[in-house]
Structure formats: C-alpha cells, structure tokens
Design a protein around this ligand. Structure first.
Ligand code: ADP
Length: 327
C-alpha cells in the first residue's frame, strides 16, 4: 500500500530556544508547498493530550522569523510519560487526521517521541531545538548560536566592572549536562577559565583558574561555570574558592533564563529554516524516527535513538585553546 502523508502536526516542547519560530515557519511553508496540511499543536505533548490543536496557513507564520521563544508555546508534560497520557495523545492525533509529527525540542522531547513512535507506529521527525547543543549527530542545534552570543555579550559587560576591582567573577552558564555553551562562550569572551562537567575535577579546575590569573599578574579574573559542573553551581564554586584562597574575593553572576531569550542570530535563523524544510523532505522520502542534523554544513538524518544516547564530545582543540589563550 502506498504510504501518503496528508496532514502533519508540529509542536515545540521542553526548554524553548531562539529560532524555534523560524523552524515552525519553515515546516509550515514547506509542508503547504508540498500539498500537506499543517496543524499546530500548542504546548508540546500537553496540547496533543488536551487537543489544543489548530490548522496553520502560511499567514499564521508571517513575521515570526526574527522572534525569540515559540509562538505555539512550549511545556513540560508529565502525563505524556504515562501510557494513559500517550494513549490520549494518539486518540487526538487520529481525531485530528494527523498522519505524522514534527517534534521541535531537545533530548527529553525526542525520548518521548521515540517511545510514542514505537508504541503507535507514528512517523516522527525531530528538529533539534535547544540552546545546550547536547544532541549527538548534529554540529549545531537551533538556539545554540544565539545563546552563545548572548552569554558572550554579558561577559563582555561584566569585564568592564571586573577590571575595576580585585575580584574573581564567577559566571554561571546553562547547559544541562554539557559544557559546550560554557567552553565556547569562555573562548569567545576571553575568560580566564571554564569549569565544565566533562573535564577534570572541580578543585583542579579552580586551582587552574586562579593560577591563570596569577600568572598574568591580573587583579581580576572571569571564570565561566557550567550550571551542573558541581551541585550548587557557581555559588558552590565560590564557596570552595574562598575556602581554598581567602585572599580572593569572589562575585557570582547567574545568567539564568536570559540565555534563552532574544532575537535569533542569522546562523540560527538559517539553521532553523534549513532544518524545517529538511524535516518535510525527510517525510516525503519516507524517513521516520530520525532527527534532522547538520554536519559539515550538509543536512543529515540521524536515528532518534542515536541522537539521544550517543555522547557528543568536547573538541580537544577547543579545550586546549582555552588553556593556551588564558596564560
Ligand atoms: P527537552 O526536550 O528540552 O530536553 P524535557 O526533558 O523537559 O525537555 O522533555 C520535554 C517533554 O518530553 C517532557 O515534558 C515530557 O512530556 C516528554 N518526555 C521526556 N522524557 C520522556 C520519557 N522518558 N517518556 C515520555 N515522554 C518524555
């Protein structure tokens, strides 16, 4: 029997990321131009369970390419983790005439998608939307570049005050279990050190950070701390630092949710646009349960299982760059 997709459902789920709107726009326009109907599912899996679903035309996605956040909202949905929740979601999908799903989100979103696809034989294509860049199989995720730039600008501003005082400034950066944002922002902003979960022990990294400052006879240092490098984040690092080196006065800045905001950079808009179109192309090629990735500037299809379970490494040359550039 020929397999035909007449209607897709698109949703954003989990942590929001700048560029998600550009992806929704691309998915919608690519689908419609291929004669496929588009239904927007509000608040991720929650909208699927609550039947909070509306058909989108090309006009519904006008004027959003430059907007941060997601116009169809995002949510975390505990009910979808239960079989009864997923059953309701499937019943609504059938009721709405949705043949396939485009899931824009991160690790958790894809874990749910994979399970749902297995249980109900639903074709699902994932689009990586997360500032953390922690999904295997893609060089970048939507939102990462924008967040990186936001953090860099914040650290630039902090440096102005840091150089006026003899202090160690600890800046807490998001990233879930991954240090990509922290390390790359540290390189871009010329920080003295980055403390990330993937490398060495925290105490060693603190000594290193202080050592770097001292070698340069600097009167102030900026150290970026990944939120989960240690329980308690940058505050905990500050405490350890002050205990080991009472001569240093520390100041903690937690960037928090502002890292998720703002208008997406050109790179994120382009990435989201390409990935949105590729997701529809993948469905037309009868791909299922893959994530759209980009490797060496080419679109690739990555099995959802691999995207979730394989671990993306910190590039050795970037870690080395951090050490070399902070002497
Ligand atoms: P992200 O996609 O940004 O990693 P979350 O981890 O919060 O965000 O996941 C988003 C949503 O995906 C959750 O609220 C839940 O509805 C769904 N989800 C996550 N993990 C699972 C799972 N193991 N089984 C079913 N659904 C899940």
């Amino acid at each position: 029997m020929e397999y035909k997709i007449n209607c897709i459902g698109v949703f954003t789920s989990g942590g929001d990321a700048p560029g998600m709107n550009a992806a929704i726009r691309a998915v919608t326009r690519a689908a419609i131009s291929n004669g496929i109907k588009v239904k927007a599912i509000y608040r991720g899996y929650k909208g699927l369970i609550d039947d909070d679903i509306r058909e989108f035309t090309t006009q519904d996605v006008s004027g959003i390419v430059q907007r941060g956040g997601t116009i169809i909202k995002s949510a975390r949905c505990m009910e979808f983790k239960m079989p009864e929740g997923r059953k309701l979601a499937y019943e609504n999908m059938v009721k709405e005439g949705i043949d396939a799903l485009i899931a824009i989100g991160g690790d958790g979103t894809f874990t749910g998608a994979r399970l749902f696809a297995q249980e109900y034989n639903v074709p699902i294509i994932g689009i990586p939307g997360t500032i953390d860049n922690d999904l295997w199989g893609t060089d970048a995720t939507i939102g990462y570049d924008t967040a990186l730039n936001t953090i860099m600008h914040c650290v630039d501003m902090l440096r102005d005050t840091a150089t006026s005082h003899e202090r160690v400034f600890l800046v807490e950066v998001m990233g879930r279990d991954a240090g990509f944002l922290t390390l790359n922002a540290a390189i871009a902003a010329g920080a003295e050190a980055a403390i990330i979960p993937e490398r060495a022990t925290i105490l060693e990294q603190i000594e290193e950070a202080i050592g770097q400052g001292r070698r340069k006879s600097k009167n102030s240092s900026i150290v970026l701390v990944q939120e989960h490098a240690i329980d308690g984040g940058a505050q905990a690092v500050a405490k350890m630092m002050e205990e080991a080196h009472p001569e240093y006065s520390t100041r903690v800045t937690i960037l928090g949710h502002l890292q998720r905001g703002g208008s997406p950079t050109a790179n994120d808009r382009i990435l989201a646009s390409r990935m949105g179109i590729a997701a529809i192309q993948a469905l037309l090629e009868e791909q299922r349960n893959v994530m759209i990735g980009v490797q060496n500037d080419a679109i690739v299809y990555v099995p959802l299982t691999k995207a979730i379970h394989e671990k993306k490494d910190i590039k050795a040359d970037k870690w080395a760059a951090m050490q070399i550039l902070s002497i």
